[in-house]
Design a protein around this ligand. Sequence first.
Ligand code: GUN
Ligand code: ZN
Length: 433
Amino acid sequence: MTRTILRGRVLSFLRTPRAVGDVESYLYLEDGAVSMKDGLVEAVGDFAAAETAGAVIIDHRPNLIMPGFIDLHLHYVQSQIMAAYAGSLLEWLNTYTFIEEQKFAQQGHADAVAVDFYDALIRHGTTTAVAYCSSHPRSVDAFFAEAQRRNMLMIGGKVLMDRNAPEGLCDTAQSGYDDTKALIARWHGRGRALYAISPRFAITSSPEQMEMARTLVQEHPECYLQTHLSENDAEISLSMELYPGSPDYTGIYEDYGLLGPKTLLGHSIHLNHRETGVLAETGSVAVFCPTSNLFLGSGLFDRERLTNNGVRVGIATDIGGGTSLSMLRTLDEGYKVLQLRGQRLNPLASFYMATRGNAEALGLADTIGSIAPGRAADLIVLDAGATPTMRMRHATITTLAEELFLLQTMGDDRSIAEVYVAGARAKSTLVGL
Ligand code: GUN
Ligand code: ZN
């Protein structure tokens, strides 16, 4: 198979950057070469030293080559209800979301949405995402089949929900278990697909279903578990009414054995001291969803408190509660949320979070999230001068950190000049880009 070399400025993180000046935390090449073969990165280094004989060279100078973005929490079945006018979480779920997700019972609907969803994901530079499908198994089949067609590493699962939602969306504890077993057998480890056992949240799962989720986690330690935690005050109160025996919201999931290093907890905003300790002890991941938390008025994620207490943290769009599929827009809103908390996130740390940080949260840092020999060639090319307004600011920039901050503050899908999935061009080849 041919070897392809991408030429351009190259940035890839080695660990969390502690400050803007923390140059040891990343690899940066001013005139770099990323050599790709058979879907993997074969070598990375200075272009002048690269073995170019027999290779196809694609010149991306002066743009910046980085690992593709990783989105730790979204609902692909909500792609068509972004920007739904609702007061807060429970109203939004009942008025729009549960209505929309029922459409996925129809033959063909999921297949059509999946195509548009993946096109949008690629346009925005996201090469891996962790997704909730609807409660209908066919929505999961469409999700993974389209990922496989595009050779993308995607994680997802059928939502488990057996109460407090329209009948057309509810499974039962038994059918949810059976469907999940069949879907894991069909998809987990097939190509690049990985399965996430997905009880929606405590409100929509009965104690019987939570027991079944426990069994699924025990029977499938190779799979992820994703759910929602402490997003909104009314949600927390109702959850505690439904599970009066648990000490707090985190305690509900703890009581059913659902916490651990492969557990992704969307939102995790309003946590008490005990809950933070439990998340840290179990190695569970708190997922920051800034555009969604602001849009639904849910609250301000306390990143510093969580990380200072040893909780693993990731970042995500949470489409359709979130308002953009762009991880650049997400980093921007995340920065603003933390500003309101008096916490400043430096731009290197932001881009680390959206790439290697999220890969580490998934335990997949050996595969995705950085540019190194043997890693997947899932890459993006970023243009910090993509729009006339960005170019005005770009003309005054002198440092890498300033460039990243411009990208996250003013950038969107227009700043994603190209995307490579497993070494193949994926953005410029989209139809009707
Ligand atoms: N909690 C339970 N389901 C959902 C959902 O679909 N979106 C958000 N933002 N929170 C949830
Ligand atoms: Zn969500």
